[in-house]
Write a protein that binds this ligand. Structure first.
Ligand code: GUN
Length: 285
């Protein structure tokens, strides 16, 4: 292996220690930070994510509430609950786990969350603030990736960065944050004609499509930094990312593993965003 491993568990541990310190300071001043997590339906992957988010709150001194609803919950019922959480002073962050059942309009639900409690950073007000360079909350996964670049001193100013994937959750905000950091950013996606032609020129590649082996060793410039946001299963049911790790680690300069890479960072940055929301609320109290 030639690439240096970017260890998301180790970096998370450092950042969560700071979260715990800030949570304790807020609690001592009577402003214990609180996160409300809402899960609708029984998507098994969502159940695991939600459990890990709630546990991370408990482990670091944040208050958390978990609302679990059957897939039959009405859109109106969910909107009513969000309204209650918007007005609950114990709650500083609201996270509605996606995807939602098909009969619920997720856009409408996200827009119902008070922007100052939207710790996912998905509300149009927060997406717009990010786009105009004044972010209130950075979406957790891309924010975690930026912390990984920072921790490993990966130079982004003037770097060629390729983001594979154009989702609202990862691809688009990732591109915005890289742009803000001074990178020359290309966003590739399922309709891109020649993905390899783009990735071969990249100093930094972020793969976020949810498809195994989308990035192989022949597509990577020697020494490039490769970040794998994918969460897939291989033929044996083992967790794997979007990157052919075994091949790419021989070419890349830095690489993230799956599991133990971006995954824990996403949860860590959710805690950071919740602390920031609570600190702002405390300052305005
Ligand atoms: N589903 C997959 N990733 C996320 C995320 O970051 N936030 C929420 N709310 N749902 C998700």
């Amino acid at each position: 292996m030639t690439a240096t491993l970017i260890d998301g568990n180790a970096l998370s541990k450092q950042l969560r220690a700071d979260v715990a310190t800030r949570a304790a300071a807020l609690t001592a001043r009577g402003h214990r930070p609180g996160l409300a997590v809402v899960l609708v339906g029984d998507n098994p992957a969502s159940e695991v994510y939600v459990r890990n988010k709630v546990k991370a709150c408990e482990d670091n001194g944040l208050y958390s509430s978990l609302d679990r609803y059957p897939a039959t919950l009405s859109e109106a019922g969910l909107l009513k609950r969000i309204d209650e959480l918007n007005n609950d002073p114990k709650i500083h962050g609201i996270l509605v786990q996606l995807p939602l059942p098909k009969h619920i309009d997720s856009h409408k639900v996200i827009e119902a969350i008070a922007p100052e409690k939207d710790v996912d950073g998905f509300h149009v007000a927060n997406a717009g603030a990010l786009m105009t360079g004044q972010p209130l909350f950075r979406p957790c996964t891309p924010y975690g990736v930026m912390k990984m670049f920072e921790a490993h001193k990966i130079a982004l100013t003037g770097a060629n960065a390729v983001v594979i994937g154009r989702s609202n959750i990862v691809g688009k905000p990732m591109a915005m944050l890289l742009l803000e950091a001074g990178a020359t950013v290309t966003v590739c996606h399922s309709k891109t004609r020649d993905l390899a032609a783009h990735t071969r020129e990249a100093d930094v590649v972020v793969a976020a499509v949810g498809k195994r082996n989308i990035l192989t060793a022949d597509m990577v410039k020697p020494g490039a930094t490769v970040i794998d946001v994918g969460m897939n299963r291989d033929d044996n049911g083992k967790l794997c990312g979007d990157v052919d790790f075994a091949g790419v680690k021989e070419v890349a300069g830095h690489i993230t593993p799956v599991p133990g890479g971006v995954g824990p960072m996403t949860i860590t940055m959710l805690l950071v965003n919740t602390i920031e929301a609570a600190e702002r609320a405390a300052a305005n109290a």
